[in-house]
Design a protein around this ligand. Structure first.
Ligand code: M6R
Length: 606
């Protein structure tokens, strides 16, 4: 996955580009470059493997020059290793076409084979260079650059956001989008931008256009045309009203910690828009599209952390809303039949709203006439626009690559959806009131867990010496154990596995020893006693146990104590404890927490 940022205007382009790239850093990448061009014979690719900072010294020669084209890009390797040669932009053999690409061209191998037969040579291992040379090949038969690009659209299979420059039309930039995000933006000063992420544009552009799948846009100075399936089309022009991105860590050592600590405030913000504690009610407007009494089945669809949030609330769609529900991992679900009927609702959960696997399912579902609801953070993102209706998370920009506060906001929005549906389907009033009461206390409960950060760090000091971990669960704690284990893997790089406490005895108990500690989600709920038996099985095999729970478990080696609450609220607290545990172990191990390896903020390839 790569991130594109293109600028044309009268200001210091290299500075703007580097600033844009720095803002996109949170998305994860392994190489970066800037491309500048004055004349066809005077163009430079300045490429660096590693961080954007590695580019800084390389671009000094270009800071004062007057260049007419500037593009910057970060790359996270998909085709070919992390080398300067594989870094974009890629240029066609005749030197006339320069291409930048985000996405994966799935049929690149067969195209490359054909091109090699026609004596094209390749300097990189990328699918992007194949597109550059395919354009050169198509151009031989076609009249204009536009016609060539339209033919290209027919020949390459998704996914892409592509920027194409051609020496013959130096004032024109052509861009295409299919399943990879791309925004065209401009301002009253006549400055123009392309970006894969609106964050990079904040403070620069006033107006922006979200390109849609299949769109081709031709941009000239102060003018642009959008074509969809060959016809000129209009897209909405949105006013850019997002505040300048708050990219500061403030008093916190890492963005991860800052975002973990923001969680109580985010929950209060969600309440402000969705809940009225004075009247003990939910703001019905916020749930439009959810009021339909005919919903008889819910399927949540998502990936990674968002999937854990969706999965968690399938338990409550069943117990509170009395609607049979299940969860599907998007990358798997696209290979199964949907068994659609009028009464089935699919809920898509996503922070970025651009995750390729989820989008693929949504697209297939729409083609088959299925109903969809989005629970999404990024306003105007593809999932937000494609679902029939939905809720925005209102979690603010999540900078840290691995998700924490978005998970909390997703969980809260889904709990509110389950309450909203439950109330319409005869949920007991006393249960509803109990949940509302506990919801009001939730921000302070989370603060109680956050206050234990030093204690959790001391537990992390014990745990950091081990290499393998179990995160145990029973019942509704399963998705939380899965999420804690995912966070742990993502930043500590240690192996962990979420496992059913009751299932251990059926085989995996074989792994328990002094060398394999267990993190046991053990709130004082109706499964507490059953869980204690499993606890003893581990103790009997000398396994070390760290309990996350509200009731003191005397025999636990270590315990993170969470406030006493109800089953619907415990997951928020055990999740925060899991986040802090992962953070402290990773920090003590000296890992680069804000730039974890091999992760991208939004996964726009399949
Ligand atoms: O943007 P999305 O919520 O759709 O992203 C889904 C996953 O890729 C994402 O949650 C991923 O698992 C994160 N690395 C989790 O920390």
């Amino acid at each position: 996955m790569c991130w594109i940022f293109w600028y044309r205007g009268k200001n210091d382009a290299v500075k703007i580009l580097l600033h844009g790239l720095e803002r996109l850093e949170y998305r994860g990448y392994d190489s970066a470059w800037v491309f500048v061009k004055k004349q066809s014979w005077d163009k430079s690719r300045i490429r660096a493997v590693g961080k954007v900072s590695a580019l800084n010294w390389k671009v000094t020669d270009f800071l004062d020059a007057w260049y007419t084209q500037w593009i910057a890009h970060t790359r996270r390797a998909t085709h070919g290793g992390v080398t300067e040669q594989n870094t974009h932009p890629h240029i066609s053999n005749d030197g006339n076409r320069t291409i930048v690409h985000n996405g994966i061209v799935e049929n690149y191998a067969s195209i490359k084979k054909d091109l090699i037969k026609k004596w094209y040579r390749f300097d990189s291992e990328t699918d992007t260079e194949v597109v550059a040379n395919l354009l050169e090949e198509i151009h031989k038969d076609s009249k204009s650059m536009l016609e060539t690009t339209q033919e290209l659209q027919k020949q390459i299979r998704w996914a892409y956001a592509l920027l194409i420059m051609h020496e013959g039309t130096p004032d024109t930039m052509i861009a295409l989008r299919l399943w990879s995000p791309l925004v065209y933006a401009y301002n009253s000063e006549g400055e123009q931008y392309f970006s894969s992420d609106t964050q990079a544009l904040s403070g620069y552009a006033d107006k922006m256009i979200y390109l849609e799948d299949g769109d081709l846009i031709k941009v000239q100075w102060n003018d642009y045309t959008i074509l969809s399936n060959g016809d000129v089309t209009k897209r909405d022009i949105e006013t850019f009203d997002q505040k300048i991105l708050e990219a500061s860590k403030g008093e916190y050592k890492h963005f991860m910690l800052k975002e973990i600590y923001e969680q109580p405030a985010i929950i209060k913000r969600i309440y402000k828009w969705r809940v009225s504690f004075e009247n003990n009610s939910l703001h019905a407007d916020a749930f439009h599209g959810m009021g339909n009494e005919s919903i008889k089945q819910i399927t949540t669809v998502a990936c990674g952390t968002a999937n854990n949030a969706g999965w968690l609330w399938t338990y409550r769609f069943e117990t509170l809303s009395k609607i049979p529900s299940h969860n599907e991992i998007a990358s798997e679900y696209e290979n199964k039949p949907f068994f659609l009927d009028e009464s089935k609702l699919h809920i898509f959960v996503s922070q970025s709203g651009e995750t390729a696997d989820s989008l693929e399912v949504l697209k297939m579902l729409k083609e088959q006439g299925g109903k969809s609801f989005g629970v999404v953070n990024v306003v105007g993102s593809s999932i937000a626009r494609m679902t029939d209706s939905g809720l925005y998370l209102r979690a603010g920009t999540e900078i840290w690559v691995a998700s924490t506060k978005a998970f909390m906001a997703q969980s809260m929005c889904l709990l509110l959806v389950s309450l909203f549906l439950g109330k319409r389907r005869g949920m007991r009033l006393s249960k509803y009131q109990q949940i509302m009461r506990e919801l009001e206390h939730l921000p302070s409960y989370i603060e109680t867990v956050l206050d234990q950060t030093d204690h959790i760090r001391s537990i992390a000091m014990d745990l950091m010496q081990y290499k393998n971990f179990f995160f145990l669960w029973r019942g509704y704690q399963y998705p939380i154990a899965a999420e804690s284990s995912l966070k742990f893997k993502e930043i500590t790089y240690l192996h962990s596995e979420a496992y059913g406490a009751g299932e251990l005895k059926h085989g995996s108990l074989a792994l328990i020893s002094e060398e394999m500690p267990t993190i046991f989600n053990l709130p004082n709920d109706e499964m507490f006693e059953q869980n204690l038996s499993n606890f003893q099985e581990i103790r009997a095999r000398k396994g070390k146990i760290c309990v996350i729970g509200d009731k003191r478990v005397e025999e636990a080696d270590r315990q993170i104590t969470i406030p006493e609450t109800i089953d619907e609220i415990y997951p928020f607290l055990t999740a925060v404890a899991g986040q802090l545990l992962a953070y402290h172990v990773a920090d003590l191990l000296g890992n680069d927490i804000d730039k974890p390896r091999n992760l991208a903020k939004s996964v726009t390839v399949k």
